[in-house]
Design a protein around this ligand. Structure first.
Ligand SMILES: Cc1cc2nc3c(=O)[nH]c(=O)nc-3n(C[C@H](O)[C@H](O)[C@H](O)COP(=O)(O)OP(=O)(O)OC[C@H]3O[C@@H](n4cnc5c(N)ncnc54)[C@H](O)[C@@H]3O)c2cc1C
Length: 455
């Protein structure tokens, strides 16, 4: 008798857990699934394991759900089963809710538990790490060896890269290299002077956390270009009808700028135009030449990112409040050297334009974000797969190279932002959710476990 196919998912953050859910929901013949994930809870990963109440999702809950679920599924779940009644800051004046990020992780975990129960013992969570690939087997941190018919890599976010200037003081008690760790900021006193390296969403998380813990001291945030993530617009605005699928990169840019002017003239904010671009993002990316993609990465990506990934209203408010109190500023600069002095840290910065500048602070917090350029080198398991010729880095330095079905090699699939080099717009939850479903369907079809319904 042939045994059922075994699918191993490495990484049980949102992507890996969503793939498992769709595999179970959509298989038309039995499959066996193992999810290797060292965290205790599935569905959380880097983003949704946040325990700080100040860390919120950055789009309204109504826009986040598993693919295939009814629109607004998470919003309804949150209002009914989540901590909505106990969270006075979740709801905005337009009625939308921005829950704490952990709530979304719990919603995904609950969906996983439901579907796993319905499918008996076909899915197992192995609370360990994949550490090696030997003779066609995944080797885990407990020494377990697993053979798989298909492997789905869902390992998106590597740790942030330590900037060269910080390396010598990486373990200094006043250098906080990983602000996502629970209680990472708790040692900072209310009047401590804080420098934050990075000016995007994680910086906003840090400021929101500091405000929540009663911080009144000075905060300065800097990055090479000094670009701050922008705030969200109200949710009840009409959809912008722009079509950005054709033209060169330059022509598209011109069209987007012209449309923002037209939208403003119609009383609509730029966000409606950018949302229309985002919705066509994967198609636009596929139509761009390799040269245009490189140009985009080099010159436009930083502008796109701060307009595309927006700050939750509560985080934007925390920054605005501190700015009003004269305790927040941001600027464009690069860190040349970092020195320890008693007490505190001395930052030697080069301001944009070339001038030297010094700051003395009590704490330095790094919010430079996950380092996707070196994803494969970031862990031995991926390195071993590369050595075996099964995966390779994406040529644009965005993760792992895959084909249009998100396959890296016949047995290996990639789910989530690590496949961004092929799909472009694959970071925000709605796209990552659709992608996870697509990967699950492709895996099942390849294994002959999903019948196509022909209409
Ligand atoms: C801080 C942050 C906040 C975000 N907030 C939002 C938001 O509010 N709204 C939105 O739309 N999008 C948001 N995003 C983007 C998006 O939702 C995430 O990128 C998405 O959740 C990706 O999940 P993932 O499972 O692919 O990756 P990850 O969350 O990185 O999960 C990967 C998992 O793989 C595991 N893993 C890694 N290596 C191994 C190994 N060798 N063996 C076993 N397990 C392994 C890790 O433990 C981890 O749990 C956010 C992203 C981040 C980083």
């Amino acid at each position: 008798m042939m045994s059922e196919p075994h699918i191993v998912i490495v990484g049980g953050g949102f992507s890996g857990t969503a793939v498992a859910i769709h595999l179970l929901r959509e298989a038309t013949s039995p499959v066996r699934i193992s999810v290797i994930e060292p965290r205790e809870h599935l569905g959380q990963g880097v983003a949704y394991s946040a325990t700080d109440p100040a860390h919120r999702i950055n789009v309204p809950a109504a826009r986040m759900q598993l693919a295939g679920d009814e629109d607004g599924a998470f919003d309804r779940w949150y209002r009914r089963y989540g901590d909505f009644p106990q969270d006075p800051f979740a709801q905005q004046p337009d009625g939308s809710v921005y829950p704490q990020r952990g709530a979304f992780g719990r919603y995904v975990e609950a969906a996983f538990i439901d579907v796993a129960k319905a499918h008996g013992n076909r899915v197992a969570h192995l609370q360990e790490r994949a550490v090696d690939w030997q003779a066609g087997h995944i080797v885990t941190s407990t020494g377990r060896r697993l053979r798989a018919d298909s492997v789905v890599l869902a390992v998106s976010h590597p740790p942030p890269r330590l900037p060269v200037a910080v390396r010598a003081l990486a373990h200094h008690a006043q250098v906080i290299a990983n602000p996502w760790q629970a209680q990472a900021l708790s040692a900072i006193p209310p009047d401590g002077r804080v420098a934050i390296m990075g000016t995007a969403l994680s910086m906003a998380d840090v400021v929101a956390s500091l405000v929540r813990q009663g911080h009144r001291g000075e905060v300065m945030a800097f990055s090479r270009h000094g670009l701050l993530s922008r705030p969200n617009a109200p949710t009840n605005l009409p959809k912008w009808p722009g079509d950005y699928l054709t033209g060169t990169l330059r022509q598209r840019l011109r069209q987007i700028r012209a449309d923002i002017v037209r939208a403003n003239a119609a009383g609509l904010p730029w966000q409606v135009v950018l949302d229309a671009v985002r919705q066509q993002g994967q198609d636009i990316w596929q139509r761009m030449s390799a040269g245009e993609k490189r140009q985009f990465q080099r010159h436009l990506r930083r502008f796109w990112d701060v307009h595309r990934y927006r700050i939750a209203p509560q985080g934007a408010q925390a920054i605005a409040d501190k700015r009003r109190a004269g305790t927040f500023r941001h600027f464009a600069a690069r860190l040349r050297t970092l020195g320890a002095q008693s007490p505190g840290l001395r930052l030697n910065l080069i301001l944009r334009g070339g001038k030297s500048h010094q700051e003395t602070v009590d704490y330095l917090v790094l919010t430079t974000g996950p380092d996707h350029t070196d994803l494969i080198a970031s862990q031995p398991f991926l390195h071993a797969l590369q050595q075996a010729g099964l995966i390779r880095p994406d040529p644009l330095g965005m993760g792992i190279e895959v084909d249009i079905s998100s396959q890296a090699s016949p047995q290996i699939w990639v789910a989530g932002p690590a496949a961004r080099g092929r799909f472009g717009e694959l970071m925000g939850l709605p796209q990552v959710a659709d992608h996870a479903q697509q990967v699950a369907q492709n895996v099942l079809e390849t294994l002959g476990c999903r019948q196509l319904v022909l209409s």
